[in-house]
Design a protein around this ligand. Structure first.
Ligand code: COA
Length: 240
């Protein structure tokens, strides 16, 4: 296991476990976590032993309670500009991981927490989950990709309902909106995430990664471009 200051990273039988690890601050996303996330995402992307990734949060109360409010708006503007550029790199690195990523969420999933989930491929949550975007109340917008990923996962009107009103969305409603694929009990959360990971690992990793690529890249294309992409990727698979 590699222990960063804010993230636990463990690799077991082809699964990478990435655990946000600031439980006393409800796993709030701070600058240190952002920097470590960048390193971890590079590791899972490049390590051929990693086939599937599971993201979760340490502690009883939260997957992630959003941006760390103690750092909120503390940097001078040139630093902010640099930070914005770097954050874009983190989120594009996240979205660029070709391997499947599962989010196993519990408790509070706020702000950046939703945005982390939005970069994952399969989202499961325990029945105590509560989603929310406090950004509006802070006079900011979801800027870690959420304004783009969330409407691509659920529909535009549900996304705006969540992002603009900042209201709490609990398990049952999150499932109805398709913000999560599955709701389970707290005890089942990791075992079910692992079950999904094991099933994925039983298949050819190249085929799995190509399907992810076909779907995620294809969603930003016209149908005919998407079909061309699919044919190219299928050809690449048969060639390999
Ligand atoms: N940044 C920094 N610290 C945070 C945090 C955040 N986003 N969210 C929670 N914490 C800290 C609290 O300050 C508290 O620390 P303390 O024990 O040293 O006082 C600890 O985590 C526990 O939080 P607490 O507020 O006592 O838990 P709660 O169950 O009463 O309330 C929340 C939970 C999530 C409703 C509440 O913590 C909250 O509203 N957090 C801020 C959410 C937010 O606005 N995020 C930014 C999104 S952009």
């Amino acid at each position: 296991m590699s222990t960063f200051e804010t993230i636990l990273y463990e690799k077991k039988n082809g699964t990478a476990y990435v655990t946000l690890n600031r439980p006393k601050a409800l796993n709030a996303y701070n600058i240190k976590m952002r920097n470590e996330m960048y390193q971890v995402l590079g590791a899972v992307r490049d390590d051929p032993d990693v086939r599937v990734i599971i993201f979760s949060g340490a502690g009883d109360k939260a997957f992630c309670a959003g941006a760390d409010l103690t750092e909120f708006l503390t940097a001078p503007s040139p630093v902010i500009a640099r930070q914005v550029r770097f954050e874009r790199d983190v989120w594009s690195r996240f979205l660029g991981v070709e391997k499947p990523i599962i989010a196993a969420m519990h408790g509070y999933v706020l702000g950046d927490g939703i945005e982390i989930a939005g970069c994952c491929d399969i989202r499961i949550a325990s029945d105590d989950v509560q989603f929310g975007t406090p950004e509006m109340g802070l006079g900011i917008i979801t800027a870690a990709g959420g304004s783009q990923t969330v409407p691509r996962i659920i529909n535009r009107s549900h996304a705006l309902d969540v992002l603009i009103t900042g209201r709490w969305v609990k398990a049952e409603e999150a499932l109805k909106m398709k913000l999560v694929n599955k709701i389970v009990t707290r005890d089942e959360l990791m075992p079910i995430a692992e079950q999904i990971a094991n099933r994925i690992k039983s298949f050819d990793p190249v085929a799995v990664n190509l399907v992810k690529q076909a779907v995620t890249r294809g969603m930003n294309m016209t149908l005919s471009q998407g079909l061309e992409l699919e044919a190219t990727l299928a050809g690449r698979l048969s060639a390999s």
